[in-house]
Design a protein around this ligand. Structure first.
Ligand SMILES: [Zn+2]
Ligand SMILES: [Zn+2]
Length: 173
């Protein structure tokens, strides 16, 4: 997934990337990520005069912890990827270009464009947020850790009782 920037731009190159990346290292130490399948990268790279356009999608099979009960949740995530890369201007050019500086470009300060870090960043950014095993997942009991989808426990009712007791005391005074 590396391109020589000058070469790609000057030749008006068009390339398709169809690769699978092992991204398991990215989520090492994340307890809410149980398994990450390879990241399927499907991108179209097009060289233009002065910039490189990269467009396509990323897809991955994930096994994540339900954000309420921690049971594994399987997810197939598809992420749209669309970026425009530009060779960082030299100091001389930079002054001239200052006025029409566009933030839509990602400036690359090297001869080679390596897409891997951008692809990995996109994945980390668009990972499903707070996945749920089901919309009405009852989660874990905060007190005893019981998975409330499987069994109920008596903790929650006790808590209410305590509050009630405090309330009663308040009214006595
Ligand atoms: Zn759940
Ligand atoms: Zn409990």
């Amino acid at each position: 997934m590396q391109f020589h920037i000058q070469e790609t731009m000057s030749k008006g190159l068009k390339t398709t990337i169809d690769e699978e990346l092992d991204v398991s290292d990215l989520f090492k130490g994340r307890q809410d990520v149980y398994r990450t399948g390879p990241l399927h990268v499907m991108l179209q790279v097009t060289g233009h005069e002065g910039f490189i356009e990269v467009d396509g999608k990323l897809a991955i099979d994930l096994e994540l912890a339900c954000s309420r009960c921690l049971e594994p949740v399987k997810d197939h995530t598809v992420i749209r990827f669309s970026e425009v890369f530009k060779r960082a201007a030299s100091d001389v050019d930079r002054d001239e270009d200052m006025e029409e500086e566009e933030s839509d470009f990602i400036e690359v300060d090297a001869d080679r464009l390596d897409l891997r870090p951008y692809v990995e960043e996109a994945l980390q950014l668009f990972m499903p947020f707070a996945p749920l095993c089901s919309n009405d997942c009852k989660g874990l009991c905060q007190t005893c850790g019981q998975n409330l989808n499987e069994h109920t426990c008596s903790c929650s009712t006790e808590k209410i009782d305590v509050r009630f007791a405090a309330l009663k005391d308040l009214f006595k005074e």
